[in-house]
Design a protein around this ligand. Structure first.
Ligand SMILES: *Cc1c(COP(=O)(O)O)cnc(C)c1O
Length: 376
């Protein structure tokens, strides 16, 4: 049986959890492991400030509050993304405006963004699909011209780059996920990267239920109290303890995933060359973290057949996002910008193949061989 994904440990995850309980005696948030994760992530990303959250969803919600998005405001984003990209802003009363994606990168089509800007637009949320960079140069230029906040949904993008810049560190905010389906994991988990100093103080407060608790513990105020809106966005130390071991081994995780991605590319090159499938451009992916390997088929029917064919061989392959613009909540709370033909097409025909840290190269070869058999 080859599953689609499998949670894994690489180092001292379980030992760290024992230390958090027995040695540190600190299980709530913001203990020693959380601080060490902040330091490690800061070093890895070369960013000014990063705060662990309980999820990328939580990080997106914090970013929506910090960007001061409210009722009547519009936020531009792709429709081909996870629901929480949109939900974070709908929770603030704002309207997601869904823009189509590019057929080559499956990221938001930057050439459509400026036409979608209105006087109500407050922010742009680029989603780096599969860890492959959006055109951040174009997006930051548009944001600057129209005075918009850019929030990178970098849930899948730890250790991916746009040129020499880590994804998540380019916009005003970046949101990471450590969900067990991502590259570096802690079960549930995430982080908010804050690239603009003016948001730093408020970010700490919003993350700590709207209190100035962090300032109190640093001795900057003599009592802590309710000062702003907020919620509980910080993870438990148990989560941070697990995560710290994963972050220490992030290079190895990244290398392994890129290697498996490469084997898929080689094994499926013939099918792609003769036009049976569309596969990701391996050369264009050298700055990616191998988060996911997908193929694009000719039709929904063909994809359904292939999923069934692989399942008979005990291989689990899965489709991805159902477009948000035509979903029940997307229609109620959002607005589509023009036709979203690429989104609709890709959503029907994209298939994600198994890829996880403990997978062997031979497993990848087995999956590829099954796909070749399907087309034979
Ligand atoms: C996984 C994912 C999320 C949500 O991450 P959680 O940590 O599970 O909240 C958001 N956006 C994208 C693009 C994702 O892939």
């Amino acid at each position: 049986m080859i599953p689609f994904n499998k949670p894994f440990i690489v180092g001292k995850e379980l030992y760290n959890i024992a230390c958090a309980v027995v040695q540190n005696g600190h299980l709530a948030g913001d203990g020693p492991y959380t601080k060490q994760c902040h330091e490690l992530l800061g070093k890895m990303l070369g960013c000014k400030s990063v705060l662990l959250t309980h999820s990328c969803t939580g990080a997106l919600e914090m970013a929506a509050i910090l960007a001061d998005v409210g009722p009547g405001d519009e936020v531009i984003m792709p429709s081909f993304t996870f629901v929480t990209t949109a939900n974070a802003f709908v929770l603030r009363g704002a309207t997601p405006v869904f823009v189509d994606i590019r057929p080559d990168t499956l990221n938001i089509d930057e050439s459509l963004i400026e036409q979608a800007v209105t006087e109500r637009t407050k922010a742009i949320v680029p989603v780096h699909y599969g860890g492959r960079a959006c055109n951040m140069k174009a997006i930051m230029d548009i944001a600057e011209r129209h005075d918009l906040i850019v929030i990178e949904d970098a849930a899948q993008s730890l250790m991916s780059f746009d040129g020499d810049r880590p994804l998540g560190t380019i916009g005003h905010f970046g949101c990471l996920s450590f969900h067990e389906t991502k590259n570096v994991i802690s079960g549930e988990g995430g982080a908010l990267i804050i690239n603009d100093d003016r948001f730093l103080d408020r970010a700490e407060i919003i993350r700590e239920k709207g209190t100035n608790r962090s300032q109190f513990f640093r001795g900057q105020v003599d009592k802590y109290t309710w000062v702003d809106i907020g919620s509980s966005y910080l993870p438990s130390e148990l989560t941070a303890a697990f995560l710290h071991a994963q972050l220490e081994n992030a290079e190895a995780i990244d290398a392994k995933r890129r290697e498996l991605f490469q084997v898929y590319s080689e094994e499926l090159a013939d099918l792609a060359d003769r036009g049976a499938i569309v596969a990701p451009d391996a050369d264009a992916c050298h700055e990616c973290n191998g988060h996911l390997y997908f193929i694009i088929l000719k039709s929904l029917e063909e994809r359904t057949e292939l999923i069934r064919f692989l399942a008979e061989r005990e291989i689990k392959a899965v489709f991805h996002y159902v477009p948000l613009h035509s979903s029940p909540a997307g229609q109620r709370y959002g607005r589509a910008f023009g036709d979203l033909n690429v989104t609709d097409q890709v959503s029907d025909t994209l298939l994600r193949l198994p890829l996880y840290y403990d997978m062997e190269k031979d497993d990848v070869r087995e999956v590829a061989a099954a796909i070749r058999d399907f087309f034979a």
